[in-house]
Design a protein around this ligand. Structure first.
Ligand code: FES
Length: 471
């Protein structure tokens, strides 16, 4: 007998309670076959090369780039995390430009992974990425990084996911992850955009919401004029809008990603509708607010969790880290005499002395510091402290105490060094140390090779000796 299902006859699926990431079970397994799969445990940033295998144009001036690791290993990450990518935007120049991009794909499909890049025509990197990264392009990456991610297990998985513009990228990873996993969940997505046709992933979101009763998606058109036929919400984020899409917002974990103004507003409004601070997670890189503390707490939590899991499995933590893909050693990038990566023909980073007047290759930890440039003696000196940092490009000497973070002191003195996370994760503050010794506690924002070449992250470093810095 053939059973014909109608809408009214369709039953809701039965699901196990809560949401659990698949690697929890893999990590807890003592079975031999699980050893290789330990690579799926997303605990540790890794340096790896990845090849673009597909590009997918998205609405809103965005493009998805699908990658696979060159070593054939899966990329283990958590939904919401990002990777730091080195883009050789300067062609033959030796210095690539690093940028952080959220992963938009789901970690439950780890053999390929996506980043989705919005093209900012005035930007240095994103137009280059849109024009140059194609199937076959090989890039150097570091990750996964970031404390903005779904938990590894949630018995009461109720989420409110807020996104504005390109902020949909990590949120999309979360939606895809939840959709791909069994388990009870209740997800409300509220996605703000500037134009009716500019919502990236809208077809997939509509499909997901239509087949997965756990996911509801709302769109709002911000403060722009509303075209005829628009069926979504209109206006910027308000408390009334939050109440409308999620009357039970105060019982949900809230993840929000978008521009600074949007996130500031969201923070205020979420408090207004009763959402506790501890239930709010934001992807926010300007570093001028609570984010540092939140990141620190999240990173500490993640470390504790990793430790707990490591104790559960029979092998030692050391064995575990050895099982990570970086230790597989399957892929060794090959550079020709020009510093070009042979695998792709793309000009990538050349390991060479880089700053004028520096022998950066000799600047490994513990290497002999060079003498400071004699010019530094003519610079103005500001601040107080027992040590002196000379910023050669800015032309200033800054006094610093050994306990102070270098970036903070440099910024106070007016030295221009870009910085996002300020926690050693994103790599955006990377500068070259011409001489002196530092103590650095980074969290994946810099590669071992870069450290050997004399670079460091001033946001998470303190000075041990007088320093000369190329900034
Ligand atoms: S600001 Fe992110 S690593 Fe320094």
């Amino acid at each position: 007998m053939i059973e014909v299902l109608t809408e009214t006859g369709t039953q809701e699926p039965q699901r196990i309670r809560g949401l659990e990431m698949p690697w929890n079970r893999v990590m807890g397994s003592n079975e031999g076959a699980a050893r290789a799969a330990h690579a799926l445990g997303p605990w540790h940033p890794q340096e790896f090369m990845a090849e673009c295998v597909e590009t997918v144009p998205e609405a809103g001036g965005m493009m998805t780039f699908v990658f696979r690791r060159c070593d054939g290993a899966p990329l283990a990450f958590r939904a919401g995390q990002y990777v730091n990518v080195a883009f050789p935007v300067n062609g033959e120049e030796p210095e690539p430009v690093d940028r952080s991009y959220s992963l938009s794909s789901s970690p439950t499909e780890p053999w390929t992974f996506n980043i989705t890049v919005k093209c900012d025509p005035t930007g240095l990197v994103s137009p280059w990425v849109h024009a140059n990264v194609k199937p076959g392009t090989v890039l150097e990456m570091l990750g996964p990084v970031g404390a903005f991610h779904l938990p590894d297990a949630d018995r009461r998985a109720r989420y409110l996911l807020l996104a504005a513009g390109a902020g949909i990228t990590p949120i999309m990873s979360m939606v895809r992850t939840i959709h791909s996993l069994p388990g009870q969940a209740d997800v409300v997505v509220l996605y703000h955009g500037a134009a009716a046709g500019g919502f990236a992933f809208h077809k997939e979101l509509a499909y997901t919401a239509s087949v997965d009763s756990r996911v509801k998606v709302f769109y709002s058109l911000g403060d722009r004029s509303i075209p005829d036929g628009w069926e979504g919400l209109s206006g910027r984020l308000t408390a009334a809008m939050l109440e409308e899409v999620a009357p039970d917002a105060n019982g949900r974990q809230v993840y929000a990603c978008g521009p600074e103004g949007y996130l500031n507003t969201a923070t205020e409004l979420l408090k207004k509708v009763g959402v506790d601070d501890t239930s709010i997670y934001m992807e926010f890189f300007s570093g001028d607010r609570q984010t540092l503390l939140e990141y620190q707490a999240e990173v500490a939590l993640a470390a504790d969790f990793a430790e707990g899991i490591a104790e559960e499995i029979a092998e030692s933590a050391e064995d575990y880290y050895e099982s990570q893909p970086t230790a597989f050693g399957l892929y060794e990038p090959v550079y020709d005499a020009d510093g070009t990566l042979e695998a792709s023909g793309l000009p990538l980073e050349i390991v060479a002395p880089e700053a004028p007047g520096s022998d950066a290759s000799a600047e490994s930890a513990g290497g002999e510091p060079e003498a400071a440039s004699p010019d530094a003696s003519s610079f103005d000196t500001v601040g107080t402290g027992s040590l002196t940092m000379s910023f050669m490009r800015t032309g200033i000497n800054v006094r610093i105490e050994p306990s102070e973070r270098i970036l903070e002191v440099a910024h106070r003195a007016g030295v221009r060094i870009g910085a996002n996370c300020k926690e050693g994760m994103c790599g955006s503050c990377k500068v070259v140390k011409l001489s002196g010794e530092i103590e650095m506690n980074h969290q994946g924002g810099i590669r071992a090779r870069e450290i050997s070449a004399g670079k460091f992250l001033p946001c998470c470093s303190t000075a041990r000796t007088d320093m000369v810095i190329d900034a």
